[in-house]
Design a protein around this ligand. Structure first.
Ligand SMILES: Cc1cc2nc3c(=O)[nH]c(=O)nc-3n(C[C@H](O)[C@H](O)[C@H](O)COP(=O)(O)OP(=O)(O)OC[C@H]3O[C@@H](n4cnc5c(N)ncnc54)[C@H](O)[C@@H]3O)c2cc1C
Length: 122
């Protein structure tokens, strides 16, 4: 894996974001994957009824991202995306950190030494 190349950002760790991140990781995707999600726990929504009726407990229905991603090469960042500025090619997070976006296509970007990413999902 080429960990020195620009990472791929996935914004939002719902079903789509989380499973995309895990799938890429399992496919030996050659770039670092960063999943940015506002919450610390994934919610398996089809099981919410079982949670409120006490048939299942929180850890089963709402596991922590850090547990779900353990052993994968996905880095989890708990933060809220404040803005995606396509004109400036920048993803701005609530914490103040921002990522420069070189391309929305993960297969088509160039490295230039900045903190740069390919944005895989908008
Ligand atoms: C009670 C319930 C039961 C359901 N049952 C089924 C079912 O049985 N089968 C089925 O196919 N579908 C079911 N669905 C629908 C299914 O849950 C949705 O289709 C699915 O969650 C959509 O996935 P998603 O990744 O697009 O969005 P979401 O799952 O909504 O994920 C979006 C993620 O992005 C994060 N996020 C949002 N904004 C920001 C931000 N600014 N910065 C950082 N993070 C952010 C959110 O915290 C969230 O984790 C159910 C839904 C509900 C509510």
């Amino acid at each position: 894996m080429n960990q020195t190349s620009a990472p791929t950002l996935i914004l939002g760790g719902g079903f789509v974001g989380l499973f995309t991140a895990l799938h890429l990781s399992q496919q030996n995707y050659p770039h670092r994957i960063i999943l940015i999600e506002g919450r610390d726990r994934f919610t398996f929504k089809p099981l919410l009824y079982e949670l409120i009726t006490d048939e299942l407990h929180t850890e089963q229905v709402c596991p922590r991202y850090t547990d779900l991603l353990a052993g994968s090469n996905v880095s989890f960042v708990q933060d809220t995306v404040k803005a995606i500025d396509l004109h400036q090619r920048c993803v701005v997070l609530e914490s103040g950190k921002d990522y420069k976006v070189l391309s929305r296509d993960p297969c088509n970007f160039q490295q230039d030494g900045l903190e740069t990413v390919a944005l895989s999902r908008l």
